[in-house]
Ligand binder design. Structure first.
Ligand code: FCB
Length: 448
């Protein structure tokens, strides 16, 4: 019954009239064409070839073949009626090897993409780094090496010099927690290292890279640009009110939220987190002046939210809540609370939900449709949660559904489908899921 109701009934939300609606993707997850037009390898190209690293031994070699189907995909976005498209630039396409001059053929692809979007009235929302570090930079130490932050700032400048005349919205990094922790500590993501010290050094150099890039973006654009960062901050809920549980949740929040936002916004690392890390003998490679470089003014904060984390004295607690195919619990109230909390602790920062969505096991297209009621229900509940946060005072100004289409879900390969649009990989045929039609109707209604 409930599912029936969700099928096509668009949501009617109380949100500002200029609330920004969008869909999101990232370069390595959709583009394919990994050796074309001068692109060199990224850490993901390398990692995908490590036996056992990615489910099914899959790679981004072809992905959604977006590199060759870009105009058709932009038409798809336009068909949804959204205002904005969040996508990332491939560093090894634009600056092969991670240093030196720009590769004109790589840049030309993004030139065409930006022009195509603008011609259809869609705002390009660029992410400079969504995890595809040029392999040469990893060979020189990767994010644990300070030099990578400088290289990132150079790359940012190349990008804004080429695209800054048409693109106003620039996000430096996507989810530095994932780059640092999944990539350098847990080894689940590229480059697959397992070193807590490297991971903490990566955190610092990612944030430094953000700050240096923000300065270069503003200086080189030649006109005002909006510069921000997207984080997957941790919404940590204490399992109960015992002091040990409250302390454990506070520590999880420290590692997942404050370790990033405190230096970015307040220009200092959180003392409790730094002390705890010292006790484990891991240290931030902090130089004089770094915090001032990191704490550049932010025009917006991108928030990626999928799930909440319940933490007790003995570690994570598994609640009896419905879960997605990623085994992430579905907890829309967490999004409300988290947005309100970010607004309270980091005031003055316009918030955009830059990713939210879900993977479910769902049927293949039939009769030109994909029945994905659980995705529609998930989006419905989370959009209500966004509106509730707005009503409670959070300055949330936009929402991007993850993802425009099914794509390469990192270590999970292609099995986990997050798209509003179904992709049949052998034929590359795109089919709108019911959730896509519902999302388009909800966007249309919000403007009515
Ligand atoms: C986020 C990533 C995005 C996608 C979603 C499911 O952490 O930014 O690329 O993989 O998760």
């Amino acid at each position: 019954m409930k599912t029936e109701g969700f099928r096509m009934e668009p949501l009617d939300l109380t949100l500002p009239r200029d609330f920004l609606w969008g869909v999101a993707t990232s370069a390595y997850q959709i583009e394919g064409a990994v050796s074309e037009d001068g692109r060199t390898a990224s850490i993901w190209d390398t990692f995908c070839r490590v036996p056992g690293a990615v489910a099914g031994g899959e790679t981004g070699d072809t992905a959604c073949d977006h590199y060759h189907r870009m105009p058709q995909d932009v038409a798809l976005i336009a068909g949804l009626g959204v205002d904005a498209y969040r996508f990332s630039l491939s560093w090894p396409r634009i600056q092969p090897g991670g240093k030196g001059p720009a590769n004109p053929r790589g840049l030309a692809f993004y030139d065409r993409l930006v022009d195509e979007l603008l011609a259809k009235g869609i705002r390009p929302w660029i992410t400079l780094y969504h995890w595809d570090l040029p392999q040469e930079l990893e060979d020189n130490g990767g994010w644990p090496a300070r030099d990578t932050a400088e290289r990132f700032a150079d790359y940012a400048e190349l990008c804004v010099r080429q695209l800054g005349d048409r693109v106003r919205w620039w996000t430096t990094l996507n989810e530095p927690w994932c780059s640092a922790v999944l990539g350098y500590e847990l080894g689940i993501h590229a480059p697959g290292r397992n070193d807590r010290g490297d991971s903490l050094a990566a955190v610092h150099h990612l944030l430094l890279g953000h700050g240096l890039a923000a300065q270069r973006l503003r200086a080189a654009a030649g006109h005002p640009v909006q510069v921000g960062i997207t984080l997957n901050t941790t919404h940590a809920i204490p399992a109960d009110d015992r002091p040990a549980s409250v302390a454990a949740a506070h520590h999880a929040d420290g590692l997942g939220t404050r370790l990033y936002l405190d230096p970015l916004v307040h220009g200092r690392y959180p003392a409790d987190v730094v002390d705890a890390l010292h006790r484990e003998n891991v240290h931030l490679p902090l130089h004089d002046g770094d915090l001032a470089d990191i704490a550049q003014p932010l025009d917006f904060l991108g928030v990626n939210y999928y799930t909440s984390h319940v933490v007790g004295a003995d570690g994570p607690v598994r609640r009896d809540l419905p879960r997605t195919a990623m085994d992430w619990e579905i907890h829309p109230e967490g999004l409300t609370d988290h947005l309100v909390r970010l607004g309270r602790d980091y005031p003055g920062l316009p918030l955009y939900v830059t990713e939210n969505g879900a993977a479910f096991d769902e049927p293949a297209p039939s009769g030109g449709e994909v029945a994905d009621p659980r995705r529609t229900a998930y989006l419905d509940a989370h959009l209500r949660a966004v509106a509730a946060a707005h009503a409670q005072g959070a300055d949330v100004r936009g929402y991007f559904a993850w993802s425009l289409m099914d794509n390469f879900e990192w270590a999970e390969g292609y099995a986990k489908r997050f798209g509003l649009v179904h992709v049949d990989y052998p034929t590359q045929r795109r089919t709108l899921k019911q959730s896509a039609r519902w999302y388009a109707a909800t966007v249309a209604r919000s403007r009515a």
